[in-house]
Structures are given as structure tokens and as C-alpha cells.
Write a protein that binds this ligand. Structure first.
Ligand SMILES: Nc1ncnc2c1ncn2[C@@H]1O[C@H](COP(=O)(O)OP(=O)(O)O)[C@@H](O)[C@H]1O
Ligand SMILES: [Mg+2]
Length: 324
């Protein structure tokens, strides 16, 4: 027969085990992660001090996961124009904000379409990404609120066209964006950089600052044209400037299931890049083209539209991938 002392120990072990599991379940919640971030706490500040080796391992893994998920910078890049970079920046950002993530969009294209698409009157902007990169203005002065709660933007300006030449003589000219973003990186869950259709110095800066890159691919003829050049640029940046740069995913855009061509492009991209292709495909949807003229993301323009649903699904997929 077991001694009462052992029974007592078993009872307490079970009790602490359940207590620990409950704590872990709470820890899993994103709200809790935000709380930790806001209060600059680590998991070990929350879970009790008397932990076993296994507990410590689990909590270390969680702490690492939180660090990894803090302020992820994702660049949207493809030197091809009109493939859906800006549409994705605006609507992915708004969808992430809908899932209560804190999001910052950096408009790194002198055409400033992401800025106007999020309701910014670019004629009234005094501090844009140009001032932050070239005149060393404080990055916080460049941050503007948008009509979406939890979504901020650093707008662009046509002056950005000349910025690449002005940057040429600057020290560490490829790392100017990374240094500029450092003070705000951990204030956001996601920072999305909308790149211009070029592989110039501003795009190199964006890729050097980024943790990962989303490559939108339009379901059209010559969809993969130029991709090898982009991949080569990413490879060079990875080996010389930013070793931790990952490919977040290839995103098929403007998909039309009735067109054989769309399906062919989908199969082709999937064959080349396999699991790097997002499960979510962005379908061609007229509402996505209309919303920017109202200065709002599609989710505010027509929440029931296919475009709104596709970008919500993409946001969910990205959140899931990053919480794995
Ligand atoms: N899924 C879509 N369905 C319909 N129109 C789209 C879609 N994605 C983008 N567009 C339209 O295609 C054009 C180019 O898209 P944009 O996002 O500006 O490309 P990029 O930033 O790569 O140049 C824009 O007029 C945009 O409204
Ligand atoms: Mg664009």
C-alpha cells in the first residue's frame, strides 16, 4: 500500500502539472503576447521560478518564439510593375490590423500609391520616408495614423526618386532603412514595406531591413519573367548584407479560375517554388481596384467582396505560419 506521504506528493505533482499547463494555455494567446511586449516582460517573469528542466526548455522555446515574432519586417518586392505589391501592402496590412495586430506600412515607392490608397493626402505631408532616410528626421515624425485602427503608415513622396543618388555617398548606404526603422521595430507586430518596381538602392535598403519578403506574382503571361533576377538579388543581399532574410512566400495575384492561363501560371509557380507558395490565392476582383480611389482598404469599402476575404485569409495564413 502507498504511504500517505507519496499520495500527497502525487497530488501536488498533478496539481502543479495542471497549473503549468493552464499557464501555457494562457501564454499561447496573442493578447498575452502583446501584454508581455507592452510591459517588456519575458515568459520567465510570468511562470513561477521553481521549474523543472522540461518546464525551462518549454518556456525558453516560447520566449524565443515571442522574440522571433516581435516586429517582423516584410518587404513586398518584384521589380515588375502592376503585379499587386501595393494592393497587397494596403490590404494585407488592413487585414492584419483587423486581427488586432499592430501594423506599420512603409511606402518606399515614389509614386506613393500605398499612401494615397490609405487615405493620406501626400501634398500635406511634411515628414515622409524621404526625410527619414535622407535628412535623418526622427522615424516617429514620419509615422501617420490611417483610417484603420492599429494601422500606421510612413508615407512616400515624389522626392524619393532622387534619394538613391543622394544616398550614394552616405556611409553604409544599404543599411540606412534598417537603422531608421530600428527604434520602432518592436512597437509593431508587422511592418510591411511596399517597394517600387525596381531593384535600385531603396529596394536594396528595404530588403536589407526586412526579415522576409513576399513576392507577388501576377497570374499573367510572363509571370515568372524577372523572378530569377529578383531571387539573385535576394541571394546577394542575404550573403552580403542581411543573412537572416527569408522568403515569406510567393503570392499569386489577379487569379481568375475561369481562365486556363491563370491555372497554368498557378501550376507553374507551384512546380518551381512548392511550399514557398502561399495557399491563399488573390483572385481578380474589381473592388480591389476601386477601393484605393476612396482612400480606404477593400475591407472598409466592401467587406463581403472576394478581395476582402482573400486578404483576410492571407493575413490569417501569415499569422499562423509565424506562430508555428
Ligand atoms: N486582385 C486584383 N484584382 C483586380 N485588380 C487588381 C488586383 N490586384 C491589383 N489590382 C489592380 O492592378 C493594378 C496594379 O496593382 P498594384 O498593386 O498597384 O501593383 P504594383 O504595386 O505591383 O505596381 C492596380 O490598378 C490595382 O488596383
Ligand atoms: Mg506599387
Amino acid at each position: 500500500m502507498r504511504k500517505p506521504k507519496h499520495l500527497f506528493a502525487t497530488f501536488f505533482n498533478t496539481f502543479y502539472y495542471h497549473l503549468f499547463i493552464t499557464k501555457l494555455q494562457i501564454l499561447k494567446s496573442n493578447l498575452f503576447f502583446s501584454y508581455l511586449r507592452n510591459h517588456k516582460l519575458g515568459i520567465k517573469d510570468i511562470v513561477g521560478k521553481n521549474r523543472t528542466g522540461a518546464d525551462t526548455q518549454i518556456t525558453n522555446r516560447l520566449t524565443e518564439k515571442i522574440r522571433k515574432n516581435m516586429g517582423k519586417i516584410i518587404a513586398l518586392a518584384n521589380q515588375k510593375g502592376g503585379v499587386g505589391k501595393t494592393t497587397t501592402a494596403i490590404n494585407l496590412a488592413a487585414s492584419l490590423a483587423t486581427y488586432e495586430k499592430k501594423v506599420l506600412v512603409i511606402d518606399a515607392d515614389p509614386q506613393a500609391n500605398a499612401s494615397s490608397g490609405l487615405g493620406i493626402d501626400i501634398r500635406e505631408i511634411e515628414c515622409s520616408i524621404y526625410e527619414c532616410l535622407i535628412n535623418k528626421a526622427a522615424i516617429t515624425d514620419g509615422i501617420h495614423n490611417t483610417c484603420v485602427e492599429g494601422l500606421d503608415i510612413i508615407p512616400s513622396h515624389i522626392d524619393l526618386v532622387g534619394a538613391e543618388i543622394e544616398m550614394l555617398d552616405m556611409p553604409n548606404r544599404e543599411k540606412i532603412m534598417r537603422e531608421a526603422l530600428a527604434p520602432v521595430k518592436d512597437k509593431y507586430d508587422y511592418i510591411l514595406i511596399d517597394c517600387s518596381p525596381s531593384l535600385g538602392l531603396i529596394t536594396v535598403n528595404s530588403l536589407t531591413a526586412a526579415d522576409s519578403v513576399i513576392i507577388p506574382v501576377q497570374c499573367e503571361y510572363f509571370a515568372l519573367e524577372g523572378i530569377s533576377k529578383l531571387l539573385n538579388t535576394i541571394k546577394i543581399i542575404k550573403s552580403n548584407l542581411n543573412p537572416s532574410l527569408d522568403i515569406e512566400g510567393f503570392l499569386l495575384t489577379m487569379f481568375n479560375s475561369r481562365l486556363r492561363l491563370s491555372n497554368q501560371v498557378y501550376n507553374e509557380v507551384k512546380k518551381h517554388f512548392r511550399e514557398l507558395v502561399f495557399n491563399t490565392v488573390i483572385q481578380r476582383n474589381i473592388r480591389l481596384g476601386e477601393a484605393p480611389s476612396m482612400g480606404i482598404p477593400v475591407i472598409m469599402y466592401d467587406a463581403d467582396s472576394t478581395g476582402a476575404k482573400n486578404y483576410l485569409a492571407l493575413a490569417q495564413e501569415i499569422i499562423n505560419r509565424n506562430n508555428e
